[in-house]
Design a protein around this ligand. Structure first.
Ligand code: AMP
Length: 468
């Protein structure tokens, strides 16, 4: 189905063509006609599904007719997401005379006040900064006809519910409200009830389904060896661009330093970094100047870098929702990517919660020839113990993650930007080669190894060296 069949006007279609989109994504096909009809909408869609265009295109269509003033407001949880939505909206609006603006915290107010005074038709904002500007009389909200709550679950998670309620009171009650959210926690349900009238629902990407095309794997590893394992993985894979997630800002800084010391080009991105530092890190990743971005969950929401080849959960995320959001940074629309989770024994519970949420287990994978610093007996015990999923049905045999461990030394890996400093030639085992996300898997049985294999539970161990 072409975009033209959705009832969008010529200047908007021109913008879509210029963005290079051949046809609408499923959420766009479903949501655009509903939004054009003027109905409220709850879209259960995560980032990576094309949801931004799904709401921006019909909004721009509406704004083409009628007076020029602030008639549409998009609220996002983070400044990165705000900047991203604004960039997309500007792109789609480039063949119209509509003005798109963005405001978020962490940067000076006066330029934003000037921009607002000059007039915008569509404003993208983070809630706190919007209220600050409203308090300074920099904008009026009484002409807003369409309100979008983007990544609404995240806004509530981040404690923005009171700000959202205040903003709702400032807006006209006669308006269209669109809410996009990967999940629907109870507090958000309350906000939705207050804010929306008989909303239609477009549940196209069920909240617990990561976008198709992402290959997932869990790497069991003692916590103190995570950086060594990551280093080895990097030297054996073709990593174009990777985002590594840590739970804390401190952890992100520490990991970035550790990787830097090993000659890997990396930058951290989290709430303590200034706006310009974050923007520089993102643009460096986009341009291939750095290979790895180390990020916290807060930072992850707004990251939209095309062609991220790998996501690594250096720390297992606190909640299954965060897992889905984190791995949503790869596999965007038509792309494919790999998402690996490094799991210490203490994190096993969190991984199991994620698996329950996803409704499936994630294959356990161990890196051949990596020194897990254990004797073969200890390893056998670990990989077949419930702690590492071996005996609990958590471990699966499957083709390894696509593209991982192709058995090449890092130096030879085409596309690997890894500085060879400190890297060793890899001795990747064939068992890790080439599977795909849809590769058939077989549940492990008691006593099987992390790949579900019996009766050789720890194939891949070089028994003489006692290593995996
Ligand atoms: P979003 O889910 O809005 O963050 O979009 C994810 C990515 O998909 C962005 O990089 C968009 O530019 C891209 N995108 C959106 N719609 C389409 C489409 N119809 N065809 C191809 N790519 C798209």
């Amino acid at each position: 189905m072409p975009f033209a069949a959705l009832g969008l006007p010529a200047p908007i279609l021109k913008g879509v063509r210029a963005a290079g989109y051949a046809e609408p994504t499923p959420i766009q096909r479903k949501a655009i006609p509903i939004i054009l009809s003027g109905r409220d909408l709850i879209g259960a869609a995560q980032t990576g599904t094309g949801k931004t265009a799904a709401f921006v295109l019909p909004i721009l269509t509406r704004l083409l007719e009628g007076p020029r003033r602030l008639r549409s407001l998009v609220l996002t949880p983070t400044r990165e997401l705000a900047a991203q939505v604004e960039t997309n909206a500007r792109d789609y609006a480039r063949f119209t005379n509509l003005n798109v603006g963005v405001v978020y915290g962490g940067v000076p107010l006066p330029p934003q006040e000037r921009m607002l005074r000059a007039g915008v038709d569509l404003l993208v904002a983070t809630p706190g900064r919007l209220l600050d500007l409203f308090g300074r009389l920099a904008l009026r909200l009484d002409y807003v006809e369409v309100l979008v709550l983007d990544e609404a679950d995240r806004m509530v998670d981040m404690g923005f519910a009171p700000d959202l309620k205040r903003i709702l009171k400032l807006l006209p009650t006669e308006r269209q409200t669109l809410m996009f959210s990967a999940t629907m926690p109870p507090e958000l349900n309350k906000v939705a009830k207050e804010a929306m009238k008989d909303p239609a629902r477009a549940d196209l990407a069920p909240s617990n389904r990561p976008a198709a095309g992402i290959t997932q794997a869990v790497y069991p590893v003692p916590g103190n060896l995570k950086t060594d394992l990551l280093d080895q993985m990097l030297s054996r894979m073709e990593v174009r661009s990777m985002i590594c997630f840590t739970r804390t800002k401190h952890g992100a800084d520490r990991l970035a330093r550790q990787l830097q010391r090993r000659g890997i080009s990396v930058a951290p991105i989290h709430g303590n970094r200034s706006q310009s530092q974050r923007e520089r890190a993102l643009s460096d990743l986009k341009r291939g100047r750095i290979q790895i971005l180390v990020a916290t969950d807060i930072a992850s929401r707004g990251i939209d870098v095309e062609g991220i080849s790998h996501i690594v959960n250096y720390d297992v995320p606190h909640t299954p929702e965060d897992y889905v959001h984190r791995i949503g940074r790869t596999g965007r629309v038509d792309a494919v990517g790999d998402a690996f989770t490094l799991m210490s024994p203490q994190e096993q519970k969190d991984v199991m919660a994620i698996e329950r949420f996803l409704g499936r287990t994630i294959p356990r994978v161990m890196l051949p020839d990596f020194d897990y610093k254990m004797r073969p007996k200890e390893i056998a015990k670990i990989v077949s113990s419930p702690d590492f999923g071996g005996g609990s049905g958590g471990a699966r045999r499957g083709g390894g993650p696509r593209g991982a461990h192709r058995g090449k030394p890092a130096q030879g890996g085409g596309g690997s930007a890894r500085n060879p400093h400190g890297s060793k030639p890899a001795h990747a085992g064939g068992s890790h080669r080439g599977g795909s996300s849809g590769a058939p898997t077989r549940p492990a049985t008691a006593g099987s190894d992390a790949f579900g294999r019996r009766p050789k539970p720890i194939r891949g161990i070089d028994r003489r060296r006692g290593r995996l």
